[in-house]
Design a protein around this ligand. Structure first.
Ligand SMILES: [Zn+2]
Length: 260
């Protein structure tokens, strides 16, 4: 069994534009179209049975419609587990968190760099207080060009909310992998392997998985940035034990989705 814990999806009519905008943001060509059909096709082709899917609201006005879209899509595709979005400047996040739960979404995805808020912004702290003990949160973490998603900020959040189930994507800090180690090694959070192995190199990726512990890692592709099947082959190319592979490919994800 394989669970891809990090996939972005977009409605058909805006997928091309959304994929182009991510490509521009990271100055990396995206591999895939960003549509649901394309992702399902990748899953069928490469034996990835389940995807955690989400999309980020750039402005507060998009929050509800994105959450509706993710919930409707997850409801018709058994392969998908939907995560909702929130925005720092939205009105009444508590009501939307209740709605997210009622819609059957299983967690929250936040992208501080694209949504332009500091992870430890005071308004966000109020939101984490509502999420702690209720829903897991996957954070995009790390970007040397911006201050928003720095692992030190996530460390502050984790200290303040010790029961928050958090995933620090991209080994805890894309392009800041060593700083992530400094700030997150001894704190309670998960990591995902998405968009990282090509930048780290296989031996450093293996080393970091062993330092943090395989029980803290989740497989993820960051679709549509990368093709999930290629990510799976890249991950399987790491020198890890069968037990470690199983934890990262699905066991940790199941435990997390089950409540921590
Ligand atoms: Zn992401």
């Amino acid at each position: 069994m394989v669970i891809d814990f990090h996939a972005h999806i977009y409605p058909e009519k805006i997928a091309a534009k959304a994929a182009a905008s991510i490509s521009g943001f990271y100055a990396i060509p995206v591999s895939k179209a960003g549509t649901v059909e394309c992702l399902l096709e990748c899953g069928r082709r490469d034996g990835i049975g389940r995807f955690v899917v989400f999309s980020a609201a750039a402005v507060p006005g998009q929050v509800q419609s994105i959450n509706n879209y993710i919930a409707e899509t997850a409801a018709v595709h058994g392969e998908f587990t939907g995560f909702g979005t929130l925005h720092r400047d939205m009105q009444n996040p508590g009501a939307e968190i209740r709605r997210i739960t009622d819609l059957g979404l299983k967690g929250i995805k936040l992208h501080p760099d694209m949504q332009r808020f500091n992870i430890d912004d005071e308004k966000m702290m109020d939101i984490y207080a509502l999420l702690e003990g209720r829903l897991p949160v996957i954070f995009h973490t790390g970007d040397y060009r911006y201050p928003y998603s720095h692992p030190a900020r996530l460390a502050r959040v984790l200290d303040q909310f010790p029961r928050l189930v958090a995933v620090a994507a991209h080994f805890g800090g894309w392009s800041l992998f060593d700083l992530a180690l400094e700030y997150l090694r001894d704190r309670f959070c998960y990591f995902d392997v998405s968009s990282s192995i090509p930048f780290l190199g296989a031996s450093r990726a293996e080393e970091l998985i062993h330092i943090y512990g395989a029980e803290r890692f989740l497989f993820g592709s960051d679709y549509p940035m990368w093709d999930p099947g290629s990510c799976l082959r890249e991950f399987m190319g790491l020198n890890l034990s069968d037990g470690e592979q199983e934890l990262i490919l699905w066991k940790n994800a199941m435990r997390l989705l089950d409540g921590g």
